[in-house]
Design a protein. Sequence first.
Length: 493
Amino acid sequence: MARWTLQVALDDDPQPLTTRIAQAIVQDVRRGRLRPGDVLPGSRTLAASLGVHRNTVLAAFDALRAEGWIEADSARETRVATSLPETRAKRFSGRASPRASLPEQPGFALGPQPPSRDREDYPGTIALFGGQPDLGLFPVEAYARAHRRALRTQRKTLLDYGSPRGHAALRRAVAEMLSSLRAVAAREENVLVTRGSQQALDLISRALIAPGDVVAVEAMGYSPSWQALRAAGAKLEPIAVDASGLDVDALAAVCERARVRAVYVTPHHQYPTTVTLSAGRRMALLALAKRHSFAIIEDDYDHEFHYEGRPVLPLASADPDGHVVYIATLSKMLAPGLRVGFVVASRAVIEALARWRVYADRQGDMVMEAALAELIEDGELARHARRARLAYLERRDVFVEALRRELGGALAFEVPRGGLALWARLEARGADGFCERALSNGVLVQRTRTMVFDGGDRPWVRLGFAGNDGARLEEAAKRLRGAMRDAKPSKAR
Ligand SMILES: Cc1ncc(COP(=O)(O)O)c(C=O)c1O
């Protein structure tokens, strides 16, 4: 061995010195600077060269011996274990730092990746995310009390492994809530509690779809659902959407030429256009599902927030033959960060999803689920939903007023009957330029391309109004006027 010297960083590394010395020796073995059988300097010599106490080096040697990196030979010298594989010495420069960062790239090829959905932070901007509720309205005190009570009274069960279907009291409370408010004849056994709609979509995709199966989706739609379906191997068939929602005739035509396994729809407030699937189309869709034995994955993500008349009842309320797999979420009604959603379906579907769930994340957050059950049972959630609905209705009207005043005819839209966003047509050819100018004027508008199946730029934008109060919405409208200024007029209508 060429003269070996141990280099150990003695700066403000938080690890104990013993660990750092041991790691530095291991690293030198890995790099080939030390070979199997090489004799190490004695502990006294090493301690003196490093300027540390001998016991520190002895403790490092002990640890390395226990892990099989070094051994004592018959002459009582300490050697690198002869059983270790040879490593060719690499050119080495700089100090051996046990804190070197991990490589940027893995040493293997990654599989296919979905598009990134990371939210970027733009401080100082007003975000008009379409699905954003106002977190300032969250019933903090009531929730905190319920959470504390759940933990105190049910600790032994809530902190243990539990059912992948969710906390029984929450499943019961949700079943009752859906029966009384949405006319869905659900019982506890028909409910699976998930971590938001997204996990519901993921589990449904796994349980229903085999690779190559055809699944119809809305051609203007919610792309996270497309990714969940694709991940299960689905072949997606985009179906046009118009002012009455999904074009069910177009879906029927697809059913004539392909075996459709499922359709994913947002009938109540179509995403992103906000329109409600017409009564005629609802009936036609249910009849089509029966004729072709496909599943209807109904995503009812913001049911409570309907402003003109009563919310329209879900397809799941008129499904005697068990075609609908219904998804609901608390992301809009309470807060997206809770990650709580529900699947409501026939018992066999719930059991299939529960099997898959075990391998995804085992179970949900039982303490939170117990707390939420209490909030539903004592009427707190319903009271919160009423308060939030009134606040959002007011904000919708303020925003509509402000947009009309600031932008006039440059932005054409129908006042949405429900939901947390409005869908507006731009004078421009596409939305990309508008979104960019909006951002430089301090307003964050979601890119329309992400809502279009073919990824094309369309002259529409989805503007959320629920997450900001009236004053901020007025300010946002003013800033948007600036973004409109040099928009190019659209040719195609
Ligand atoms: C169509 C649709 N479904 C579901 C959700 C909610 O997703 P999650 O429950 O995973 O937060 C949203 C939120 O934006 C949505 O727009």
